[in-house]
Design a protein around this ligand. Sequence first.
Ligand code: DC
Length: 226
Amino acid sequence: MKSIQIAIDGPASSGKSTVAKIIAKNLGYTYLDTGAMYRCATYLALQNDLKDKDVEAILTLLSESPISFGRAEDGSQTVFLGDQDVTLAIRQNDVTNNVSWVAALPEIRQELVNQQRRIASKGAIIMDGRDIGTVVLPDAELKIFLIASVEERAERRFKENQEKGIETDFETLKEEIAARDYKDSHRKVSPLKAADDAITFDTTGVDIQGVVKFIQEKAEKIIDRG
Ligand code: DC
């Protein structure tokens, strides 16, 4: 059977990772959460009190404590820096509110994009992020760009945070999501945007299973054709 690359991009909390994980499981594909990788770089920067001028130091820390992924007993994905489990730490507000400046550093992007391409080269991959269809996997057979209203995305993130026990105020969350959208779409390097050949899907009011069905049917058509 043909194995393909699936790129899912979109703004914060547009549902990318939730649907990508389900589709990966259904198709038996590898799932790569590239946002988690930028969060890891941000975590290292904050832990070591580093700023954007310290990009070399952040890269050194990344090579000393490589990013890897594992699986918890309940089947959920875990994230490691070296042998430290940072799954929860990288979802905290300080990381979320600083990730945009770290993700705007070209040297950091180059390093993480190289790692992402290395993982994708094994095939049968579904990757989610901001620049997968445009930069990381420009030849991906299926490119999806997910969007949803800020209001709905804030509601989704609010619920997610509640489940993870992270304190948040809804209005603040909405402002933070809008601010992150702005920074991610206006940065010089690899800004958030749909690839010319991506299919844009507005998930406002659509449940997870509806989004999964939409993408998976498209993927299966391409796989069967192969
Ligand atoms: O998907 P997320 O919210 O966990 O991503 C965290 C941040 O990482 C996001 O604000 C922008 C950045 N990011 C990026 O620049 N490129 C990617 N491919 C993935 C995420």
